[in-house]
Design a protein around this ligand. Structure first.
Ligand code: F6P
Length: 357
């Protein structure tokens, strides 16, 4: 009988439970009896041997439940090879937990950093199958991650709500959305919510162009303007700085986030009233949208198929609307950025949306 270990790692998102349910239902349907061990709080559970034996009952009734029934934590990849405070070798500890339990495979649901650790464990000889989790949609090799559509739904809802109040007050509104390194959520929610200006990390903005876009709307008799701004949006000048210089500049910034800085600059240049709204972690909360429930079920059941076929060392991915797989060593450590030449950017610009470039 196969023994499967499972963990959810990194920032949570919607559809983690739906995906685990897909894995377990798939295993039971295709292989009959399997033993499932759930590790608590991500890789931490694997390192310190915190796990629970789970039954298929545990994965029942969780399709629509947000968060993760296993708990999660961030265990940075770059610290995995650094011994913990008590001198414990984390990589060796993970391997011994795996061996102690006699696992046939470890299923990892995680984002970028977690996939790097999954790949490292695979290279260390463990059988690993991984699943692409993150609201950021930034995992290389997959067209879509689960969680992304649910986050876009919440972010769009925030912009929709801001629309009515912005219009009533004739104000400029900035809605700051998640995405430090990539702008997928902001781009999609910005288009879906009818934002007038979208600022994302991949397309550095010129403040003067942002201000002109606002003034153009005013001249057209449109009293309000909505900006969808990714938390990692960056100006053209700042984009020229080295990582170190930029970090130092941010540390000294008077404003807590890029949006508050932009708000002050826009107020000063236009004399308009600017307000900032940050939906923050609400974007990762609540129930997965139906689209996520469908893809996570399909991704999960495909992970079960890989386990049945003993086809390890892979991440399950989406190629268009089809499910596929990619070797972990081809995806680990690579981010999928919004390409400024992507047709979606051109289409958004043809809708009249400014990217401040
Ligand atoms: O990776 C998902 C994500 O939600 C990012 O979009 C965001 O920048 C980050 O996590 C927030 O991390 P934390 O939950 O640790 O504050």
């Amino acid at each position: 009988m196969k023994r499967i270990g499972m963990l959810t790692s990194g920032g949570d998102c919607q559809a983690l439970n739906a995906t685990m349910r897909g894995v377990v239902k798939g295993l039971h349907t295709m292989m009959g009896n399997v033993e499932i061990y759930g590790f608590e709080d991500g890789y931490k559970g694997l390192i310190y041997g915190n796990y629970k034996r789970m039954t298929s009952q545990d994965f029942s009734g969780i399709l629509t439940r947000g968060g993760t029934i296993l708990g999660t934590s961030r265990q940075p990849f770059k610290k995995m090879r650094v011994p913990d405070a008590n001198g414990l070798d984390k990589v060796e500890a993970m391997k011994s937990t795996y061996q102690y339990l006699g696992l046939s495979c470890l299923v990892v649901l995680g984002g970028n950093g977690s996939q790097k650790t999954a790949n490292m464990l695979s290279e260390e000889g463990l059988n690993v199958v991984s699943l692409p989790k993150t609201i950021d949609n930034d995992l290389y090799g997959t067209d879509m991650t689960f969680g992304f559509q649910s986050a876009v739904d919440i972010a769009t809802d925030a912009i929709d709500c801001i629309h009515t109040t912005a219009a009533s007050h004739n104000r400029v509104f900035i809605v700051e959305l998640m995405g430090h390194k990539v702008g997928w959520v902001t781009l999609h929610a910005g288009i879906a919510g009818g934002a007038d200006i979208i600022l994302i990390p991949e397309i550095p903005y010129n403040l003067n162009h942002v201000i002109s876009a606002i003034e153009r709307r005013t001249q057209q008799g449109k009293g309000f303007t909505i900006l969808a701004v990714a938390e990692g949006a960056i100006s053209v000048e700042d984009a020229k700085l080295s990582k170190k210089e930029y970090k130092a500049k941010i540390a000294k910034r008077q404003h807590s986030t890029v949006s508050y800085e932009l708000a002050a600059q826009i107020e000063e240049a236009t004399g308009r009233e600017v307000r900032v709204t940050i939906p923050g972690h609400t974007q990762r909360g609540g129930s997965p949208v139906p689209f996520d429930r469908v893809i996570s079920s399909r991704l999960g059941v495909t992970a079960a198929e890989l386990i049945k076929n003993e086809d390890y060392g892979k991440m399950v991915i989406m190629k268009g609307f089809e499910i596929d797989t990619i070797p972990l060593n081809e995806t680990a450590g690579k981010l999928k950025y919004v390409c400024p030449d992507d047709p979606i950017i051109k289409q958004a610009k043809n809708l009249g949306i400014s990217f401040g470039d």
